[in-house]
Design a protein around this ligand. Structure first.
Ligand code: HEM
Length: 207
């Protein structure tokens, strides 16, 4: 078996990539749990059950959710920085750079969508859920509760939709050496339809 001597950058980038998609699958797996399992399940709970289940389930699930989102996000951008500024001198605009290569275009597309998703997790969903959990625990339903639930729900749904084209961008960067706006439009449209199909199906699936 031929063994190549690997340079430090190759090893570092492999480790970063590995941490990145390890955290990424955990994050997106939880996102799908919330959207495809928990939303339809929550509709079947009465107020008493909600008071018992939500304060036990949601803080645990949201702990893993927001921190895996943070790791995915930070390590993803660290990978980009390492690749374009340390492993090579491509930078943003040089050959092979973030804004001057097929790799970079797909990463900008996928990483851009994932960055919106990370923002939603940390600045919309988590603050809203913290309030919701507190209210449910205290048996309160203040006037702003309906709006807060809706805001968290909409951001979470948006993330579910964005996740499908986002993941295409991730995989395409190193394995699909072509990029243009027709591909982006097609991938986005098909991705949104796939997410819509699974969200719809989740409302019918009971086991
Ligand atoms: C938050 C912003 C994100 C950035 C900046 C980012 C960036 C990157 C980069 C630079 C790569 C390496 C591509 C290469 O091999 O050269 C990558 C790969 C990958 N990313 Fe992300 N990513 C982000 C979010 C996500 C999320 C949310 C997931 C969800 C699962 C994800 C899943 C993956 C996977 C599976 C790979 C491996 C693809 C491959 O090796 O073919 N990424 N990402």
């Amino acid at each position: 078996m031929p063994t190549e001597v690997l340079d430090l950058n190759t090893i570092a980038l492999m480790i970063l990539r590995w941490i990145h998609f390890f955290a990424g699958i955990a994050w997106i797996g939880l996102l799908y749990f919330f959207n495809l399992v928990n939303v339809p399940f929550a509709k079947t709970m009465d107020a008493d059950t909600k008071k018992k289940v939500i304060p036990e389930l949601m803080p645990r699930a949201l702990f893993w959710f927001r921190w895996t989102a943070m790791i995915t996000f930070l390590v993803g951008w660290l990978y980009v920085i390492w690749k374009i500024f340390i492993a090579t001198d491509a930078g943003l605009l040089g050959t092979g750079g973030l804004f001057n290569s097929t790799w970079g275009y797909w990463i900008s597309f996928g990483g851009g969508l994932a960055t919106i998703m990370w923002f939603n997790v940390w600045f919309v969903i988590w603050p809203a859920q913290k309030n919701i959990i507190g209210w449910v625990k205290a048996g309160q339903a203040p006037a702003e509760m309906a709006g807060t639930v809706k805001r968290a729900f909409m951001a979470s749904r948006l993330n579910t939709y964005l996740s499908v084209p986002m993941l295409f961008g991730m995989g395409a960067a190193s394995h699909f050496p072509s990029f243009n706006l027709v591909y982006v439009a097609a991938v986005t449209l098909v991705g949104l339809l796939i997410a819509w199909f699974f969200i719809n199906l989740s409302q019918k699936v009971t086991g």
